[in-house]
Design a protein around this ligand. Sequence first.
Ligand SMILES: *Cc1c(COP(=O)(O)O)cnc(C)c1O
Length: 406
Amino acid sequence: MDYESFFRSKIDGLHKEGRYRVFADLERQAGQFPRATRHTSEGTQDVTVWCSNDYLGMGQHPVVTGAMHEAIERCGAGAGGTRNISGTNHYHVLLENELADLHGKEAALLFTSGYVSNWAALGTIAGMLPGCVVLSDALNHASMIEGIRHSRAEKRIWKHNDIEDLERQLAEIEPGRPKLIAFESVYSMDGDIAPIKEICDIADKYGAMTYLDEVHAVGLYGPRGGGVAEREGLMDRLTVIEGTLGKAFGVMGGYIAASEALCDFVRSYASGFIFTTSLPPTLAAGAQASIAFLKSDGGEQLRQRQRDRVEAVRRSLDRVGIPHLENPSHIVPVMVKDPVKCKMISDILLDTFGIYIQPINYPTVPKGLERLRITPSPLHTDGDIDHLVRSLESLWSQCALARAVA
Ligand SMILES: *Cc1c(COP(=O)(O)O)cnc(C)c1O
């Protein structure tokens, strides 16, 4: 077989469908968030990033970078092993304590990413509970889907955020079987939020466990940044809360927070936890500093400023009739609904206006719902917002795109 031509033909297919991914080559400028230097074959260009998941700019906060500098001086670069074999650094222990406290749980367990935490925790919990059925929200993230698949447990998909469909499906399962409801709080592409309380009520009624991915909410919601479940006073009703250290906390890594027994079980049985080098001490130190900061009044100020910026972007878009999904979160999806135009608008924004917003096309979102996903941060200025909205406005006319009716 001609292996190379097979690989090339698969890539050609992506080009034809207009969903070949091109990465922007960026050099973030520490202290200048949200600015970055973009590298191209023609040279460099200053750009303003409008699609980062470093939602609060914590990846450049002096509290975080300071903690990382200190940790590298004290402990060096890598952890030097798996958690079991010499790689448990004191910074990991401090970070797990910080996370357990953040979510009001007995324990927490670190992984090398949020993806790995979902894959390993769901795979192990659902895989080892005899006869377990997983009830998975239709829009769950790829890492949860992969974890459930890896568990080989029976899976039932319920309609997105539809508690009636969830209950109908739970009622069909034999009462004695273990059940796990897996869902997210803030869904990253539409920015809608799950009815967590109602889901917990149904879970209690049917004796099911709950597994909540708060990746897009930790650091951002709740008085201490514990997520939507903290804001709504529901943390104690969830069996497992899963999060990332790579988005609002600005660093890297993932975790679960749960009971002592559940965390110890996953620690002891999950291949994706056991057989991999632990996070560098610097990352653990930076994440711990970031979480601690976001628990404080300083964190609350950043959250308020972010909400203010999100509102300002939405109202400016409304003034010029650019259609965006209204939702109760910090995510502003500007709907283009055409993959080629979406990519073209993104390219012109970047090349001509120095505005970087990655186009979001299939399979991340359904065909026909292509969009620009904008994530305003506390550090975007009024001038940034003005420039963004004016640029979008001129492109909307050029590309003959529909306006929202006022
Ligand atoms: C990004 C993401 C993850 C994975 O987290 P990483 O730390 O980036 O690996 C998990 N769940 C959801 C919903 C996500 O959007």
